[in-house]
Design a protein around this ligand. Structure first.
Ligand code: NAD
Length: 374
């Protein structure tokens, strides 16, 4: 069977859905791989490396049996697929309803990596986790280069420089990675999350958990769920002094399938000191911080000077090489799970395959997306 790998075209998208290593993995399964020329340029892989790994490199992909991609397909791309094409990549089902419709109408069997069940057996295919890891790391670096002070404590002959105080809100995969990265840079880190399990995870990384006098919140599958406006307001009140004391604030809070919760208001930012930096990793999904703008720095007044709000966009693409290394492995592992004797044949009895399937045989199989389309 022919597996095609797309050159990504969405503005800002620098990742690729296959690396030479995953081309070899797919070839070993008996699959033929064809990749669009220059698809791996930003991830550090030239066409020669893909050829050496056994792929055919073509100027433009024609019809293939399995199409691997990173960013969601456009409705036109989805509409042009031949019936029965299997697609594997991100699909943003709640935001890209037109594409979902086009995939179903084309008769494609589309797998959305966002829908991979969060279970141990599927961890090697979990692109949300692999890309959140990259984003959490990157968020700290973005803060560090804008922050006009050191992160670590320095005791020098010219005097002592205190460590930066970093606060992380949302301690999921990205938040924990941010905590670990800020600790490695020498900052003093504290963090808050609504899920009860997160306190131990934060402390195990050397962070201090911020205990608020509030109920914890846990929804289905160990995820957070939306909270009442009263609780949200109370959370903001209780967090305000911690945020005012922070040099760097990194927010990563998300609720699956919902807009990001508003955790920090303009008034709270105004209470931060001059030079403070706020990095909002949720800027693309509504923002955790009032006033952030995805893809931009916004400078707002704080105490004694300005505070910089960084609206992160395409965070994983900014580290295209390692983000692609992990993403491509996620894609290849899902394809491998579905391959039997050189053929990709999805077994819908398998929870991971069934869970990740967005469209099949003209129907939208993911119930919430199907409901949104009705
Ligand atoms: P996410 O990206 O959906 O959300 C990020 C974090 O924001 C979460 O920790 C969430 O609790 C937090 N949050 C939501 N509302 C908040 C608020 N008002 N204030 C503060 N924090 C808030 O989460 P994620 O990184 O995908 O991880 C969510 C859960 O899934 C975690 O328990 C994680 O360990 C688990 N997980 C399991 C697997 C697996 O078993 N394969 C893989 C990845 C993640």
């Amino acid at each position: 069977m022919l597996v095609g790998v797309k050159r990504e075209t969405r503005p800002g998208e620098r990742r690729v859905a296959a690396t030479p290593a995953t081309v070899r993995q797919l070839a070993k399964l008996g699959l033929e791989v064809v990749i669009e020329s220059e698809a791996g340029t930003h991830a550090g892989h030239d066409d020669a490396a893909y050829r050496e790994a056994g792929a055919d490199v073509v100027p433009r992909l024609g019809q293939v049996d399995v199409l691997c991609h990173v960013a969601p397909l456009t409705p036109d791309e989805a509409g042009a697929l031949k019936p029965g094409t299997i697609t594997v990549g991100l699909a943003s089902p709640s935001a890209e309803l037109q594409t979902v419709n086009a995939l179903a109408n084309a008769g494609a069997t589309a797998f959305a990596l966002e829908l991979i069940p969060r279970i141990s057996r599927a961890q090697s295919m979990d692109a949300l986790s692999s890309q959140s890891l990259v984003a959490g790391y990157r968020a700290v670096l973005e803060a560090a280069i804008r922050f006009p002070r050191f992160f670590p404590l320095y005791m020098t002959a010219a005097g002592t420089v205190p460590p930066a105080r970093v606060v992380v809100l949302g301690a999921g995969v990205a938040g924990l990675q941010a905590i670990g990265t800020a600790k490695r840079l020498g900052a003093r880190v504290s963090a808050y999350d609504v899920r009860p399990a997160s306190a131990d995870e934060v402390t195990s990384l050397g962070g201090t958990f911020i205990h608020l006098d509030l109920d914890t919140i846990e929804g289905a599958g160990g995820y957070a769920r939306e909270m009442s406006e009263d609780r949200a307001e109370r959370q903001r009140e209780l967090l305000a002094p911690h945020i005012a004391a922070a040099d760097v604030l990194i927010t990563t809070a998300a609720i699956p399938g919902r807009p990001a919760p508003l955790l920090v208001t303009t008034k709270m930012v105004a209470g931060m000191r001059a030079g403070a930096v706020v990095v909002d990793l949720a800027a693309e999904t509504g923002g955790n911080v009032e006033g952030t703008k995805a893809g931009h720095d916004v400078v707002v007044p704080g105490i004694g000077g300005n505070v910089t709000l960084v609206g992160m966009k395409d965070a994983a693409s900014a580290m295209a090489a390692d983000a692609s290394r992990l993403f491509a492995a996620n894609v290849a592992n899902l394809v491998e799970l579905m391959t039997v004797e050189g053929r990709v044949v999805p077994d819908f009895e398998d929870d991971v395959v069934a869970g990740a399937c967005l469209t099949h045989e003209g129907k939208v199989r993911h119930q919430p997306t199907e409901a949104a389309l009705r």
